[in-house]
Every structure is written in C-alpha cells, then in structure tokens.
Write a protein that binds this ligand. Structure first.
Ligand code: GUN
Length: 289
C-alpha cells in the first residue's frame, strides 16, 4: 500500500491564501491583527517555536511583538504584563509560550488572559465553549489537525478516531472536535498513560492521533492496515552522534501499512502556526461585529 504524505506546508499555504482577503478587509477597516508573544526564560525549544510564530506574522504584514522575561521573573510581574496586554488595543491575541518556569502557576497565568484575546484557546471559558459544541478560540494544534484532514479529504464521519494522549493542548480538544456532530462526527477513544492494552485500541483506529510525546513510539504493530496517522510529536533525539527531530510515529516502520500520515517535520507543526494566525485574525474580526 502506498502511504500518502499529508503535507502541512501544502495545507497551511491553502489556509494562508484564504486568510489574505480577511486580513485586507481588516486593514481597510483600520485594523492590523496583532499578536503579543510572551516568552519566559531561555528554553531553546520555546525560543524556536516563538521565533517561527512571530516570523510568520511578520511575513504576512501583521503586527507582532515579543515580550521576554527572565526565568526568575516574579509571577506578579508576569500577571501585570498580561493585564497591560489585555488592555492594549494593538494586540488582538496574547500567547504565553509554555512551559513556564516551575515557580510560576501556569494555570493562574493562562486564566489571566482575557478570553477574547486567548488565541491559544486555553482559557476555561474557551475550553468550555468547545466542550459544549460552540467553539470560539480552539487550541491551535487540534484545530490544525482538523484542517489538514479536511484539506486532504479525510472524512471522519462515522469513523473511529483513537487519540493517544489527554493533554489540554492537544489530546482532549482533538477528541472533542472529532466527536462534535457539526465537525468530525466520529466515534472517539481517548487513550492515555493509564490505558491498559493500548494496542487493543490503537489497532482499531481508522484515524490514529499520536500525541503522547514519546519518540517514534507508534510503529506498525500499533496500527491496522490502511489507517491514517496524525503525528503530533516533536522530539529531539541523538542518533549516530547527530541530533534530529522525530515524531511520536516511527515513519519508516508504518510506511506501506498506513494509508496516509502527517510527517515530522512539516506536518502538524506548520498547521499550529497557521491556526495561531487564523485565531488572531478571528479575534480582530470580532471587533467588526
Ligand atoms: N507549548 C507547546 N505547545 C504550545 C502551544 O500551542 N501554545 C503555547 N502557548 N505554548 C505551547
């Protein structure tokens, strides 16, 4: 069986093409969508993620500012910055890159972002809206997964979606999105570190979402023939003295068994950035209504 590569570069380009006229419309109304990105400390991976996000905003002619804070910043100082950004009309979206240093209560910080600027979709108000089937800001990675599947005509309707990983950022929201009647209308199984006999479930998946954060964990023995694999992992590993990025799926092992897969890199990653732009545009558009 040929395994089709579902390119996140191709799908994100299609999304950006559609966003251009929305951005033009906002600009003709005097609004330039703006993102405030907040980075605390010097986590090398976070530096790269934030840089990729802000570069994309700049390339589209959107406003973006990066607010850097030292790793030992007081929680109250970070909360003050968020309060300022909540009231700053230049920014329609606020992103606090995770993870935060251990002395900071991440939940408190994310909850301090005003829900109408919460373009990450992590605030309980936005998480609640999603869970009752009225999504406003949906977390970027699961939203990007829905987009890429739709772009490549992978229909979830009536299919069995199995998700591995129950994080608030990916696993739980993708399980909700794919089960919503108006979106995926799939049957969903959410597996996690407490799941007994994971293979029993993963082998039933028509669409398997691997979001467990374990390098090349899913090999051919975990899947059924013809499954579509969505690889959310971004893991840095050392192999033969070289450092490289791999996903949660062992691409070599599943090639020829899966019908399609999102590669790492250039699969889900570009979709996450694309959806951050989409959410920021959406937030700016709320001002027009
Ligand atoms: N860290 C890993 N993924 C994400 C994300 O989607 N948003 C933020 N803010 N931090 C992250």
């Amino acid at each position: 069986m040929d395994t089709k590569i579902l390119s996140g570069l191709e799908a994100s380009k299609a999304l950006f093409d559609g966003l251009l006229s929305r951005i033009d419309n906002l600009k003709s109304n005097g609004i330039t969508p703006g993102l405030a990105a907040v980075l605390v400390g010097e986590n090398p991976a976070s530096e790269i993620y934030v840089r990729n996000k802000t570069k994309k905003f700049e390339s589209l002619g959107l406003k973006t500012d990066l607010f850097r804070l030292d790793s030992d910043v007081k929680e109250s100082e970070l909360l003050n910055l968020i309060n300022d950004l909540n009231h700053n009309n230049d920014f329609h979206g606020i992103l606090v890159q995770l993870p935060l240093p251990k002395h900071i209560d991440s939940e408190k910080v994310l909850n301090a972002i005003t829900p109408t600027k919460d373009v990450d979709g992590f605030h309980p108000e936005n998480a609640g809206l999603l869970s009752i089937g009225k999504p406003r800001f949906v977390p970027c990675t699961p939203k990007g997964i829905m987009y890429i599947l739709n772009h490549f005509n992978i229909d979830l309707n009536g299919k069995h979606v199995v998700v591995i990983g129950r994080s608030n950022i990916v696993g739980r929201p993708i399980s909700i999105l794919s089960s919503l009647k108006s979106l995926g209308n799939a049957t969903v199984t959410l597996c996690h570190s407490g799941t007994k006999d994971l293979k029993y479930f993963s082998k039933q998946a028509d669409i398997l979402v691997a979001a467990l954060g374990s390098p090349e964990f899913v090999d051919a023995s975990y899947i059924k023939k013809g499954a579509c694999l969505v690889d959310v992992g971004i893991n840095r590993i050392e192999k033969n003295g070289k450092s490289r990025i791999v996903g949660d799926v062992n691409q070599e092992s599943v090639t020829g068994v899966a019908s399609s897969l999102t590669p790492v890199p250039k699969g889900v990653g570009p979709m996450t950035i694309a959806m951050l732009v989409e959410n920021t545009v959406l937030s700016a558009e709320l001002l027009l209504n």
